[in-house]
Design a protein around this ligand. Structure first.
Ligand SMILES: N[C@@H](CCC(=O)N[C@@H](CS)C(=O)NCC(=O)O)C(=O)O
Length: 204
C-alpha cells in the first residue's frame, strides 16, 4: 500500500488529491509542521530534505519530490500522457511548477531560506509575491479555452489547483483570473477534491 506524508495546505495537496481519486487504498500520514516533525530524525530518514510530500511505495522505499511522485502516480493511475510528445509537454509543465512557481511562493512563506539578514525579508517577500502573481496570470492565460491544463485531465490539474489555493491564501486577486477560477470550480466539482479540501481545511 502507498503511504503519503503530507501537511495540510502544503504542496503535498496535489498527490493527496490524486491518491484520493485513484480508488486505491492508501494511507495519509500527517507531518506536523507546528511541532517541526519534518525535521525530526525519523522523518529525515524518509526525506533528508525535511519536506513534504514523500511517498512510501508498496515496498516501503520512499520517493520524494513532486515531479517524481506525481509523474509516478500519473503513470500508475493513467493520469499521465502516454505519447512521447505528451510526456515531454507534461514534464515541461511540471518542471515549471516545481522549479519556478513553487519557489516564487517560497520567497513569501520562507524568506529565511534566501537571506540570513531578516531586514531583507520584506523585500524578498514582495518580490516573491510579484513573481508568484505573474506565474498565476500565465497559468490563467494557458487555461484560456481549455478544460484542463493539458489536453486531458492529469496529475497536473491538482498541482495547478494547489497554486490557486496559495493565491487565495496570499490574498491575491484570484477572482480576476477567470480561466483559472473556472478551472478551480471544475476541480471542486470532483467529489474526491472536495473531500481532501475539507480534510485539509483549505480555503478556496
Ligand atoms: N522540491 C520539493 C519542495 C517541497 C517543499 O518545499 N515542501 C514544503 C511544503 S510546500 C515543505 O515541506 N516545507 C517544510 C519546511 O520548509 O520546513 C517538491 O516539489 O516536492
Amino acid at each position: 500500500m502507498l503511504t503519503l506524508y503530507f501537511a495540510p495546505g502544503a504542496c503535498s495537496l496535489a498527490a493527496h488529491i490524486v491518491l484520493e481519486e485513484s480508488g486505491e487504498r492508501y494511507e495519509a500520514r500527517r507531518v506536523d509542521f507546528s511541532k517541526a516533525e519534518q525535521r525530526s530524525e525519523a522523518y529525515l530518514r524518509i526525506n533528508p530534505q525535511g519536506r513534504v510530500p514523500a511517498l512510501a511505495l508498496d515496498s516501503g522505499e520512499p520517493l520524494t519530490e513532486n515531479t517524481a511522485i506525481l509523474s509516478y502516480l500519473g503513470k500508475r493511475f493513467g493520469l499521465w500522457p502516454k505519447d512521447a510528445l505528451g510526456d515531454a509537454r507534461a514534464l515541461s509543465l511540471i518542471g515549471f511548477f516545481a522549479s519556478s512557481v513553487h519557489p516564487a511562493h517560497a520567497h513569501i512563506s520562507r524568506p529565511e531560506r534566501y537571506a540570513s539578514d531578516a531586514s531583507y525579508f520584506p523585500n524578498i517577500q514582495e518580490q516573491g509575491r510579484k513573481t508568484f502573481h505573474l506565474y498565476l496570470r500565465q497559468i490563467d492565460e494557458r487555461l484560456a479555452g481549455r478544460q484542463w491544463v493539458s489536453d486531458a485531465y492529469s496529475v497536473l490539474d491538482p498541482y495547478t489547483f494547489l497554486f490557486y489555493t496559495w493565491g487565495v491564501r496570499r490574498e491575491l486577486p484570484m477572482a480576476d483570473l477567470k480561466n483559472y477560477t473556472a478551472h478551480t470550480e471544475r476541480m471542486l466539482a470532483r467529489p474526491a477534491v472536495r473531500r481532501i479540501v475539507e480534510d485539509e481545511k483549505i480555503k478556496v
